[in-house]
Every structure is written in structure tokens, then in C-alpha cells.
Design a protein around this ligand. Structure first.
Ligand code: GLU
Length: 290
């Protein structure tokens, strides 16, 4: 007997570190519409993993602004700050596979280690690849530093991780259309990425992978700015035995000068538009939703 078709699950995952703008509305509406058309579920995730930047007032504003543009989401809302234990379990699983190591380096240490090397490779976000300084530490040195109260971040050992996966990783990318193309993942472009920071118990990278799996997300619809990060997400999903979602990285909404919108420029903020008397239907119209 054929397996019953699984109900598609979509999610919108804003970070409560500023007010939502038209770009967020586009992404949320796109997820919502795709879920509606496929009889799927639409989930909301509050990505407040970075407690140093998340603010409760922004979270409240997210609910108000999304409801204002006419969105409804399935309950309960998933808040990352309530799932630190899940991220720690995933980090433990990676450590057990030998692909995590502690790192004591500051940004300054890294800059000094690569000083005089202008051609040092950088990751897709423009940060220098980690020179693997702490990878050379002996277990005794690591124990000594931890016992002396030094905080460590935790990094992925990319070579070990790639060796364990042993397959060519990729994903199904739909972009803006209806046809999938197979994209080849290039996780090594991120080097030994940080998966847990000193001041934050988990990084966006580990949290998003765990959350998508735990929430049963089948379709990740988000901006093209996260396209390159998907390579790293696919690697972690494979190491952790999680299924691969389908991906749709959509174009970013730009302002009149062609710049990507940001939370710090209020002009295209949903609140500012609302206060200026713009109606939700106009927002939907302007973004191409009827
Ligand atoms: N929290 C991210 C953002 O606000 C989105 C992450 C994702 O969709 O995977 O840009």
C-alpha cells in the first residue's frame, strides 16, 4: 500500500531584534499562500536564540504586524529560547561523532593569526575562514583552559564532518518557480563554522536545523540571502539523520534605490506604513499577492 502523502509544513521564522518590514511580509505571505494552496500547515517560529539581541516588545510587534497583513498561523508558536535543551542534544550528537571542538579564539586572535595574508579565504558572509588554531590544542590544554574558567565556543570540524557524510550533498531548489533544480551543496565554503558561541548557547545554524526537523518542516521558503547557508544546513541535517526539506529561496524586496531592506531603516517597516494610513490590502497588492 502506498504511504499516505505527508501534509506540507511551511514556516516563517523572524528574529525579534527589530520591526518587520516589507521583505518580511513578502516572505511570510509567500509561505502562507503556498501552505494554503497545498492544504499545508503554516507555522510561526520566533528565532530568539540570540538572547543578547532579542526583545519581547519586538516579539509582540511581530504577532501584531503579521495579523495586520491578514496572516494566521497554527498554534503553538515555537520559540527558540524554549528549546536550548534540544540544541544541546544535537551538539552532543555531533560531539559524539567527533565533529565538534572547543575554540577559545576571539575575533582579534583570528585576525592576528591571518595577519599579512590578504588572500586568506573567506566564507560566503565575508568572514575569514577559521585558521583552526584551537584544533591543534591537546585534550590536556583544553581541560586546563576550561578549568581556568575560560569560555569556549564550539566549532564544527569540517574535515571530519565531510568525511562522515561521504556523499555528495545537495538540495531541491524551487526558487520562484514550480520546477525543482538540484543544487550541489558546498559546506566547505564555511570552514570550521561556530555552532555554539561563548555568549549564546546555540547558533542560528544549529537551531534552524533542529527546529526545521522537530517542527516537521517539509518546505523552507526564505530569502535568497540564506541560499549559501543552506549548504551548511544540509551537512548538519545529514550528520544528525534529519530529512531534507525542499527549499525555495525567493528574491529580496528592495527599496527604491535598489537596496536590500533592513530592520534599522524604518521607512518600509510595516508599523510605519500602518501609521501612515496604508491598508493591509495595499501591502498585499504591492507585494504581488491578490
Ligand atoms: N531568522 C532569520 C531571519 O529573520 C530567518 C531564518 C530562516 O528562515 O531560516 O532572517
Amino acid at each position: 500500500m502506498a504511504a499516505p502523502p505527508t501534509q506540507p509544513v511551511f514556516r516563517f521564522a523572524p528574529s525579534p531584534n527589530g520591526h518587520l518590514h516589507l521583505g518580511h511580509a513578502y516572505s511570510a505571505l509567500k509561505n502562507f499562500e503556498l501552505a494554503r494552496r497545498s492544504n499545508g500547515r503554516f507555522l510561526l517560529r520566533i528565532e530568539d536564540v540570540d538572547l543578547t539581541r532579542a526583545r519581547p516588545a519586538y516579539e509582540t510587534a511581530i504577532y501584531e504586524d503579521l495579523a495586520w497583513v491578514g496572516l494566521q498561523w497554527d498554534m503553538p508558536v515555537w520559540r527558540q529560547s524554549e528549546h536550548f535543551g534540544d540544541y544541546e542534544l544535537a551538539l552532543d550528537a555531533l560531539r559524539a561523532q567527533g565533529c565538534l571542538y572547543p575554540c577559545f579564539c576571539s575575533r582579534g586572535d583570528i585576525a592576528r593569526a591571518i595577519a599579512g595574508r590578504p588572500d586568506w579565504p573567506r566564507d560566503p558572509d565575508g568572514e575569514p575562514l577559521y585558521p583552526r588554531t584551537c584544533k591543534q590544542l591537546s585534550p590536556a590544554e583544553v581541560r586546563q583552559r576550561l578549568a581556568a574558567g575560560r569560555y569556549a565556543s564550539r566549532r564544527l570540524d569540517m574535515d571530519v564532518a565531510l568525511g562522515l557524510c561521504g556523499v555528495r550533498l545537495g538540495w531541491e531548489e524551487y526558487g520562484e518557480g514550480n520546477e525543482a533544480r538540484e543544487v550541489r551543496a558546498e559546506p566547505s565554503s564555511w570552514g570550521d563554522a561556530v555552532l555554539a558561541r561563548k555568549d549564546v548557547p546555540a547558533s542560528y545554524t544549529i537551531a534552524v536545523v533542529v527546529d526545521d526537523a522537530r517542527q516537521g518542516v517539509t518546505d523552507v521558503v526564505r530569502g535568497r540571502d540564506l541560499f549559501a547557508a543552506t549548504s551548511l544546513h544540509r551537512l548538519l541535517q545529514t550528520l544528525l539523520g534529519y530529512p531534507a526539506p525542499r527549499y525555495r529561496h525567493h528574491a529580496l524586496v528592495r527599496d527604491e534605490a535598489g537596496e536590500k531592506l533592513s530592520k534599522s531603516t524604518a521607512a518600509e517597516g510595516l508599523r510605519a506604513l500602518r501609521e501612515a494610513g496604508v491598508k493591509p490590502d495595499e501591502i498585499r497588492w504591492r507585494l504581488g499577492f491578490r
